[in-house]
Design a protein around this ligand. Structure first.
Ligand code: ZN
Length: 247
C-alpha cells in the first residue's frame, strides 16, 4: 500500500494543486490529510472541495476547529484570529459543514494520525526529541503521523526505551526513512501551504508500506500567485510575505 500524507494546506490552492499533481504521478492507493485545510490562505472553499474529493482520511486541525466555532479564537494569535474570522465569512456552507464533520485524530491499522500529537491532538507542537519521546510514549501504534508545526520531521525510538535514545530530526527534501520493524516512529510531512523550515516549496510525504520506506517530497508552486491572492483578499500582508521565505 502506498499512501500520500499531506498536512497544513492552509487554503493555499496553488500549493495544493501542485502537490495533488505530484501525488497523482505516484499512483498512490490512498491520501491522508492531517488537518488545517483552512486558515491563513485565500482559497478556503476550493481547498476543502479538493481535500474532500481526494483524501481517504481527512483530519481537523486547530484552524479548522477555530473556523467552525469548536475552538475559541481567543486562544489564537492575533494574525491567526483575523484570518479565521475572514475564513468563516468566506467559506461556503458545504465546506463549513464538511470541516465540522472532521476529528483531530484517527487510528488505522497502519498508523495513528493526529493533527498535533497523541497526547494533545489539537495544540501540542512536537518539534524536538523530548516532545517526540513523550508523544511516542502515548502512541497507540508504532507509526505516528502528525502535522501542526509545519516542519517536516522524522523521529525514531527503539520499541523498548532501554534499547536506546530517540534519533532523528528535520527531514528536508529527499530524506528517506526505513520503516523496518522494531522501532516506533513519529513523522511529520511538513506543510503544503505554509512551510516553516526555510524551504518555500510545498511539502508532502510518500509512505510506501510495501517497500517500507517513507520519502519526504517537495514541490515548487507559484508562490507569487498565492501572495497576490492573499493581498487581494485583504488578509494580513505578513501572511503573504512569509510564504516567500518558507518561514
Ligand atoms: Zn497549521
Amino acid at each position: 500500500m502506498r499512501i500520500a500524507v499531506i498536512s497544513d494546506v492552509h487554503a493555499n490552492l496553488h500549493a495544493l494543486e501542485a502537490v495533488l499533481a505530484a501525488v497523482e504521478r505516484e499512483r498512490v492507493d490512498a491520501l491522508w490529510c492531517l488537518g488545517d485545510v483552512v486558515g491563513y490562505g485565500p482559497h478556503p472553499s476550493r481547498c476543502c472541495t479538493h481535500v474532500a474529493a481526494h483524501s481517504d482520511i481527512p483530519l481537523a486541525g486547530n484552524h479548522d476547529l477555530g473556523v467552525t466555532g469548536a475552538l475559541d479564537l481567543d486562544d489564537f494569535s492575533a494574525e491567526a484570529a483575523i484570518a479565521a474570522r475572514w475564513t468563516a465569512a468566506a467559506l461556503d456552507p458545504d465546506a463549513l459543514g464538511w470541516l465540522a464533520s472532521l476529528e483531530p485524530a484517527v487510528e488505522t491499522p497502519e498508523a495513528q494520525l493526529c493533527h498535533a500529537s497523541p497526547r494533545d491532538p489539537v495544540w501540542e507542537y512536537v518539534l524536538g526529541a523530548g516532545a517526540a519521546v513523550a508523544a511516542l510514549g502515548q502512541a497507540t501504534r508504532p507509526l505516528v503521523l502528525v502535522g501542526h508545526s509545519h516542519v517536516p520531521l522524522a523521529f525514531e525510538t527503539p520499541s523498548l526505551p532501554e534499547h536506546g535514545p530517540v534519533s532523528g530530526g528535520l527531514a528536508p527534501a529527499g530524506t528517506e526513512i526505513s520503516l523496518r520493524d522494531g522501532a516506533r516512529r513519529l513523522l511529520n510531512p511538513g506543510s503544503v501551504g505554509q512551510p516553516r523550515d526555510g524551504d518555500p516549496r510545498a511539502a508532502w510525504l510518500l509512505l510506501d508500506l510495501d517497500a517500507r520506506i517513507a520519502s519526504f517530497r517537495r514541490v515548487p508552486y507559484d508562490v507569487a500567485r498565492t501572495q497576490a491572492d492573499i493581498v487581494a483578499a485583504g488578509l494580513p500582508v505578513s501572511l503573504a510575505d512569509r510564504l516567500g521565505e518558507g518561514l
